[in-house]
Design a protein around this ligand. Structure first.
Ligand code: ATP
Length: 216
């Protein structure tokens, strides 16, 4: 059983998130993907940050009925900043033995991973899927350089440019995802300007934003 961990601020969740998760899930035959809203994202400023409970609610209600997607409140139940290494350890302890866990990250986040808490340990604990967007193809090559220069020179590229293996650390995979021009920043801006959200977010997200008066 292969399961993905997809963390994000989800401030708010949007169609881009759901579409890329669906793509990664299919490409890697993931049985399940855990969507994990962060309570206090260590790498983002908190201006305009909706309450964690609302962000979780948006995720839960939007994925209700979508097979293979589950919302996790693990980071909301932990005190302090949401460190990925702690979340990985939580899932390693709590998923059935033999579950192959993969951390799903955007390439922007991946290239900063060496600044994350106990980053070296992350590579020891979990395989990583790096999402590369169209127009960022050169980044597949940069993943190779980054892994060798910053993480460990023993990472070797296999299967074209798609997989990097290491004698001790876990593999790193590259996944090309479709371009979807949606971001949470765009959604927040549109709310502020009273523009319609139309198909940019699942309808439960729009409902919660309206009901709670978020991002105004
Ligand atoms: P913000 O605009 O506030 O920075 P965001 O839209 O990037 O937010 P996050 O919750 O920070 O949303 O993203 C979680 C993950 O989803 C990140 O790895 C990010 O790269 C990825 N992601 C978000 N939007 C897209 C998109 N349109 N296409 C591909 N990946 C995306």
């Amino acid at each position: 059983m292969i399961e993905g961990l997809f963390g994000g601020t989800f401030n708010p969740l949007h169609r881009g998130h759901l579409d890329v998760i669906a793509h990664v899930r299919e490409s890697f035959c993931l049985t399940r993907v855990h969507l994990i809203p962060s309570a206090i994202p260590p790498h983002k400023s908190s201006t305009d940050l909706a309450p964690a409970t609302d962000r979780l609610d948006m995720v839960k209600r939007s994925i209700a009925g979508i097979e293979g997607l589950v919302a996790s409140d693990v980071e909301l139940n932990r005190k302090g900043p949401s460190y990925t290494v702690d979340t990985i350890n939580h899932f390693r302890k709590n998923r059935p033995p033999g579950t192959d866990l993969r951390l799903i990250v955007g390439s922007d986040a991946f290239f900063e991973i060496d600044t994350w808490k106990r980053s070296r340990e992350i590579f020891r604990l979990i395989s990583i899927i790096v999402m590369i967007r169209p127009g960022q193809e050169k980044r597949s090559q940069s993943v190779a350089c980054f892994l060798r220069d910053v993480i460990s020179e023993d990472y070797k590229q296999t299967k074209g440019q798609e997989r990097f293996t290491h004698p001790v650390l876990k593999p790193v995979y590259v996944c090309k995802v479709p371009e979807i021009h949606i971001s949470s920043t765009l959604i927040r801006q549109r709310v502020k300007e009273h523009l319609p959200l139309a198909s940019l977010v699942p309808s439960p997200v729009e409902d919660i934003i309206k009901k709670k008066g978020l991002y105004l």
